[in-house]
Design a protein around this ligand. Structure first.
Ligand code: PMP
Length: 402
């Protein structure tokens, strides 16, 4: 099936072909049961062992410490915009029952449109005031776009917030925190308020399992939808430190916002992620994807592969920039490994770029409708050979169009 086009879409996105072929079989006959995986009980021993192996693959490959639970749920990243607020406010209420809503603070780091959306949801839910740690758009060249991770000295954390929120990879804007602690675009862990056990919440929707998570043990909650790097949409993965899995009903009695039952971390954790029917098909395919990653060398393998892929694409982009063919939307050092965003310069050049790519079997390169331009998504399923094809095209197009 070499003729399948290369899917550079931002999500849902490409999945490994061998996994798709295996999943076709599982849809008809799952592990010799004669029943398809989408038809089998989520409480059957066959299915519960899938959940266990998916969890163990995540725990092992990311070195999730024993202080943290892995929870599978639904509702996507957007569901977590609400759930993190509700669960972390409940935790803070139990710790500090006497604070007023104005005194209770939630810290938001705004580096792109996804963290902005999360902040809007936090304000909508109420229960605490929202403090903007930094808003990268105010530092950008046009004072409104998101084109870089701000300098560390621009971050202003509160003393004892209920949560500290950031988005590790901004899928739309193509801005990502560096995984190198020495880089000025790294997350400034060293500036977090004194005291440890930080209420640090990270949206890893579009970079989960693409590389190691820096300082994973220092996070309260890490969440991600499956639909970029590891599977079909429908599955949401949470890594939650145990002190953040709290009795939300006890907190509600003290005045915290009541938490819908499917959003309660404790309800889900206590039920082993099977409180209600989970996204069984998505769990199955994510399991196949991570089993394959394990065979290849785990997330460490993908970290070096993805680093090389990004390096090649950014190099071609910079070369095209000097020729006047492209303009990167992101400053050097803050560019995402997963989503490379840029403009093609010249009259009609963007549509010619897209049409030329499609003619060569490279699809889904149009940037998000809110920012336009081109977006090349380089998730785990994109191979180095496929990356070389887009790199060659970037170079050819730049040469022919300048
Ligand atoms: N956060 C990020 C970084 C995302 O890329 C997305 C989806 N593209 C979301 C949150 C929202 O996720 P969902 O569509 O699963 O609700």
């Amino acid at each position: 099936t070499n003729e399948r086009p290369i899917n550079f879409g931002a999500g849902p996105s490409a999945l490994p072909e061998t996994v798709l072929e295996e999943a076709c079989k599982g849809l008809i006959n799952f592990q010799g049961t004669g029943i398809g995986v989408a038809e089998i009980s989520h409480r059957s021993k066959e299915f519960t062992s899938l959940v266990a192996s998916l969890e163990s693959n995540i725990r092992t490959q990311l070195d999730v410490p024993p202080t943290h639970k892995i929870i599978f749920t639904q509702g996507g990243g957007t569901g977590q915009f609400s759930a993190v607020v509700l669960n972390m406010l409940a935790r803070h209420r139990l710790l500090h029952p006497d604070l007023s809503d104005e005194q209770r603070v939630m810290d938001y780091v705004i580096t792109g449109s996804w963290s902005k959306k999360a902040e809007i949801e936090a304000k909508r839910l109420g229960g605490a005031s929202v403090h903007i740690v930094v808003d990268a758009s105010t530092k950008s060249k046009d004072s409104k776009s998101f084109d870089a991770i701000p300098a560390h000295e621009d971050f202003d954390f509160s003393a004892d917030p209920a949560l500290i929120y950031y988005c590790e990879n901004e899928t739309v804007d193509g801005v990502q925190f560096s995984n190198d602690e020495q880089s000025s675009a790294s997350f400034p862990f060293h500036l977090l308020p004194a005291g440890g056990l930080w209420p640090l919440v990270a949206d890893y929707s579009s970079s989960f399992m693409s590389r190691k998570i820096p300082r994973i043990a220092d996070h309260a909650v890490i969440f991600a939808g499956a639909q970029k790097n590891i599977g079909p949409a429908g599955l949401t993965i949470l890594i939650v430190r145990q002190d953040c899995i709290v009795d939300v009903d006890a907190a509600a009695k003290l005045g915290a916002i009541p938490v819908p039952i499917t959003m309660s971390y404790k309800i889900n954790a206590d039920a082993g992620s099977l409180y209600n029917t989970p996204s069984t098909l998505s769990i199955y395919i994510a399991g196949l994807v991570l089993e394959r990653s394990k065979q290849l060398g785990g997330v460490v393998y993908f970290e070096s592969l993805n680093g090389r892929k990004a390096q090649k694409v950014y190099a071609a982009l910079r070369e095209g920039e000097t020729k006047g063919a492209y303009r990167s939307k992101v400053k050097e050092g803050s560019g995402s490994w997963m989503n490379v965003v840029f403009d093609v310069l010249g009259d009609n050049a963007e549509s010619r770029f897209l049409a030329g790519a499609e003619a060569l079997g490279m699809m889904a390169l149009k940037g998000h409708r809110s920012v336009g331009g081109i977006r090349i998504s380089l998730y785990n399923a994109i191979t180095e050979e496929q990356t070389d094809r887009i790199v060659a095209y970037l170079k050819d197009f730049a040469t022919q169009n300048t």
